[in-house]
Design a binder for this molecule. Structure first.
Ligand code: IDP
Ligand code: MG
Length: 139
């Protein structure tokens, strides 16, 4: 299978606990190559734009305030079947339902502060990669 790219984020609850290295090491051990990487703080407007698909959901305001509350890490990860494989390595959205050994089972604090993001489909991966990175930044 040819290499595929997906967009990952390390969320503010994880950057604030110095978990960037542990989480990236986990991804590298799973065969992902880090082809794009930056640490930044989203404005509230940035977070609202990134999560616009959830605008009608009751958790939208709280989620976007949380996502702009501190630094995040944005990563583009590449391997075969990257989108589906990253979702497996992350674990379920709700850490109480996340399989043992997944990032969310290991590190998430709550359903909202669940440490990591990963694109959910090829179309969203392209949109989300372009949200953070220009083509020249992906090596
Ligand atoms: P995902 O991150 O596993 O793809 P989504 O359903 O796309 O999950 O939700 C986006 C993010 O919104 C979740 O990762 C989590 O931080 C937050 N979230 C999802 N559902 C809830 C909820 O019911 N309450 C609070 N926060 C939620
Ligand atoms: Mg999602």
């Amino acid at each position: 299978m040819p290499a595929e790219r997906t967009l990952a984020m390390i969320k503010p609850d994880a950057t604030s606990r110095n978990l960037i290295g542990k989480i990236i090491a986990h991804y590298e051990a799973e065969g992902f190559e880090v082809v794009g990487l930056k640490r930044l703080r989203l404005t509230l407007d940035d977070a609202r734009a990134f999560y616009a698909v959830h605008a009608e959901r009751p958790f939208y305001d709280s989620l976007t305030e949380f996502m702009s509350s501190g630094p995040i890490c944005a990563l583009v990860l590449q391997r075969d079947n990257a989108i589906v494989h990253l979702r497996e390595v992350m674990g379920a959205t709700n850490p109480e339902e996340a399989a043992e050994g997944t990032i969310r089972a290991l590190y998430a604090r709550s359903l909202e502060a669940n440490s990591v993001h990963g694109s959910d489909a090829p179309e969203t991966a392209v949109t989300e990669i372009n949200f953070f990175f220009s083509e020249e930044e992906l090596l």
